[in-house]
Design a protein around this ligand. Structure first.
Ligand code: A2P
Length: 286
């Protein structure tokens, strides 16, 4: 990761398209003026990668912020996701057009399946995921999106999708933070050249009081939030921190002036489960 100097710097995906190494998360970012201010702040602080989703209800605000930001389109990287009520080929194509219209963009940079069809709720869940994926492949081949991927997929969800795929997923966005290190899924993704993105890289704030993290952060002179984000980066994952506070937005982009030692990375890897959302893709009921 030594070559990465700022949130704008990019990592190449399997198809040669590249993705800025830190993204601005927008889950729970309010729609409207507060969200708009946060997005403008993020863009001023050098974030070029914005992560939203149909289900977040703020695509229009993201679109407005991008349209008024005066940043060349090719510098920006915009992700959105198809929600669970729009799975399947036709419904996904329709959902994509709705998202694209709200975002006021000609093309998206990355489109993700938000959650795998959970087992139990859908007996034929592998096929459902494959049909949704076929729609993403067609959007990709039509040039409407530069890269496609999944979110919250474990290896046993990825395998049947990849078996049937013509185009392999370029990204898997998962919950990832100290205390939720997702070693099995990360290893699988690394072996298959799938870029990992980290949602809730701060455990939605739940990991910030942990004493080990406080002690390690003090030894570098960084904040615990910066430590969590740096740990993600050095574990080859793209963190997507969310904040609506101007100083915290800036803080979260300043993670390129220090380097965690292997020993400290491992101490963080080995933390007991901490700050997890409790959302398991195999048991979610939404
Ligand atoms: P706020 O928006 O008031 O800054 P995650 O990205 O893991 O979901 O975490 C988001 C939560 O963590 C939000 O509640 C956010 O609150 C808070 N947060 C974001 N950045 C920081 C930071 N640098 N220090 C402390 N809390 C933060």
């Amino acid at each position: 990761m030594a070559e990465l100097q700022s949130a704008k710097d990019r990592i190449e995906m399997r198809n040669g398209y590249s993705i800025p190494c830190v993204g601005f998360g927008t889950w729970k970012m309010p729609d409207g003026e507060t969200g708009l201010e946060a997005l403008h702040q993020a863009l001023a602080d050098g974030y070029r990668h914005i992560d939203t989703a149909a289900a977040y209800g703020n695509e229009e605000t993201v679109g407005k912020a991008l349209a008024t930001a005066d940043i060349p389109r090719e510098e920006l990287f915009v992700t959105t996701k198809v929600w669970n009520d729009s799975r399947g080929y036709d419904a996904t194509l329709k959902a994509f057009e709705e998202s694209r219209a709200k975002l006021h963009l000609d093309y998206l940079d990355l489109y993700l399946i938000h959650w795998p069809a959970a087992q139990g709720a859908d007996a034929d869940w592998q096929r459902t995921n494959q049909e949704t994926w076929r729609a993403l492949e067609s959007l990709y081949l039509d040039g409407k999106v530069r890269a496609i991927g999944v979110s919250n997929f474990k290896p046993h969800h990825l395998e049947p999708l990849m078996d049937a795929a013509e185009i392999l997923p370029m990204v898997n966005q998962i919950e990832l933070h100290p205390g939720c290190n997702q070693e099995v899924t990360r290893d699988f993704c690394n072996r298959h050249n799938i870029v990992v993105e980290a949602w809730s890289p701060l455990g939605s704030g739940r990991v910030l009081e942990n004493q080990l993290l406080i002690d390690i952060a003090a030894s570098y002179g960084c904040t615990v939030a910066q430590l969590c984000l740096r740990w993600c980066l050095q574990r080859r994952a793209i963190p997507l921190p969310k904040s609506t506070d101007a100083s915290r937005i800036s803080e979260n982009a300043r993670i390129f002036w220090f380097n965690l030692t292997d020993e400290d990375l491992q101490r963080i890897d080995e933390l007991d489960p901490l700050g997890q959302s409790g959302l398991d893709p195999d048991t979610i009921d939404f």
